[in-house]
Design a protein around this ligand. Structure first.
Ligand code: FAD
Length: 397
């Protein structure tokens, strides 16, 4: 065929639909699961939707993406919410983001953080460290780093934080001592509101509904239950030559292939440098209804790093679900839990160079990496939709 697409997550589904929009139907999507949607799939648990790859909310900020998505699931089939999220720290709950809301903490913690921000490397002109853990202390001050961002990142990724680079946090704004002091004295947040301030959530069947609708349109072009284990870059084929195409779009993790043929030694070396972390999503039936959509939990002695109260976004529902790194999860009898092996691409120090080499060599063979795993980036679904539309348009032209 002309196009072979590996993976029917948001990236693969968007790419395929974009082809069809342009009258191209010579394509096939291969998906290892028996349902489309990838990390954005949902399931009915206790009568209501639960997002099995973690809480998935659709950002509203990309008009072209919205226009594309609303064709499959109308805006009137989703609820739009203004995000209410908290951080559980120092025995209280404060608004997100932490730096802007230190004024909500007990007074002794406010004083401790203010002293530490005043002494932060970024505010005193100390040289910027290169490793992640040291960089966080330099950027936010020791006490904010140690109470919040360090334990939170240790929980979500469960790796030595100094193996991560700092390049992906560069957009984190500097925390100014004067602004934090003013915020504490006037008891008001400072700075700009974080992204994702509003989001959509489907009225029926959770985040998975959108992607199921998208898969419906191309159902004659998807084969489910096909897990690709080998890919031949030069021959542009997979599964021992069983499927062959002019162009291959790979949205699956490069590291999930047992065998990559036609690749240079350097390519294989770079693939071996790509790391990821895994999560468990566990249903908690007994939580009280809440007003907060979700809470971030940095405390090391609690297994989950985030809890989501579904009554706030899945109409009529009750209960909550927890996101837990699989290394921290201790299964108990009777748990309702879903594991995503590939949840977060790790932003290790040498990742940018490694993934660039992989993408360049693959593309020189007309094999393109796309999406969260194809490009090994912390992309959200609205962004992968935009990227998939862009790649399809580029290749078709
Ligand atoms: C905890 C968590 C919370 C998130 N929250 C949000 C959010 O609120 N909003 C948001 O927009 N985004 C969110 N994201 C990001 C979102 O999950 C991704 O942007 C999106 O899933 C990327 O789509 P994708 O198609 O690139 O990858 P995936 O969704 O991972 O899809 C890849 C597909 O490839 C298939 N596949 C894998 N290997 C093979 C193989 N060897 N052969 C065949 N098929 C294969 C998989 O089964 C899957 O269907 C979150 C992610 C996580 C982990």
């Amino acid at each position: 065929m002309k196009y072979l697409i590996i993976g029917a997550g948001p990236s693969g589904l968007t790419f395929a639909n974009r082809l069809l929009d342009n009258g191209i139907d010579d394509f096939l999507v291969l998906e290892k699961e028996d349902e489309a949607g990838g990390l954005c799939r949902s399931a009915m648990v206790d009568g209501y939707p639960l997002d099995i790859g973690g809480g998935h909310f659709i950002d509203v900020r990309r008009p072209k993406v919205n226009e594309f998505l609303f064709r499959f699931l109308g805006e009137d089939e989703m609820n739009r919410y203004d995000r209410i999220t908290k951080i559980r720290v120092s025995g209280v709950r404060i608004d997100y983001p932490f730096e802007a809301n230190i004024w909500q903490l007990p007074i002794e913690d406010e004083i401790r953080h203010l002293k530490s921000i005043a002494a932060a490397g970024v505010n005193t002109g100390r040289e910027m460290p290169e490793s992640f853990r040291d960089w966080i202390i330099w950027k936010l001050g020791r006490s904010v780093a140690e109470d919040y961002l360090i334990p939170y990142n240790e929980k979500i990724f469960s790796v030595d934080l100094n193996t991560l680079g700092t390049y992906w946090m560069n957009k984190l704004p500097d925390v100014s001592f004067e602004d934090t002091l003013r915020s504490c004295l006037t008891k008001q947040p400072y700075g700009t509101l974080p992204g994702h301030a509003s989001f959509y959530y489907p009225k029926k069947y959770g985040s998975g509904e959108l992607w199921l609708r998208m898969s419906e349109r191309i159902k004659d072009h998807i084969e489910y239950g096909v897990c690709i284990k080998d890919i031949d870059l030069k021959g542009r084929s997979v599964s021992d030559g069983r499927y062959k195409a002019d162009i291959i779009i790979n949205t699956a993790p490069w590291t999930s292939f047992e065998n990559i043929k036609g690749a240079s030694g350097g390519f294989m070396d770079c693939v071996s440098k790509l790391e990821h972390s895994s999560i468990v999503v566990k249903y908690l039936p007994d939580t009280e209804d809440e007003e907060v959509n979700w809470e971030y939990i940095p405390a090391p002695d609690i297994d989950m790093h985030r809890i989501l109260y579904r009554n706030t976004f899945a109409e009529g529902s009750k209960g909550s679900w927890a996101e837990i790194n699989t290394k921290r999860y201790k299964a108990k009898d009777g748990d309702t839990a879903f594991i995503s092996d590939y949840a977060y691409p790790l932003n290790t120090v040498d990742k940018p160079e490694a993934i660039k080499a992989v993408l360049d060599e693959a593309a020189s063979n007309n094999v393109y990496g796309l999406g969260r795993w194809g490009e090994w980036e912390h992309y959200n679904s609205d962004l992968v939709v935009e990227l998939a539309m862009g790649l399809a348009d580029r290749l078709m032209s």
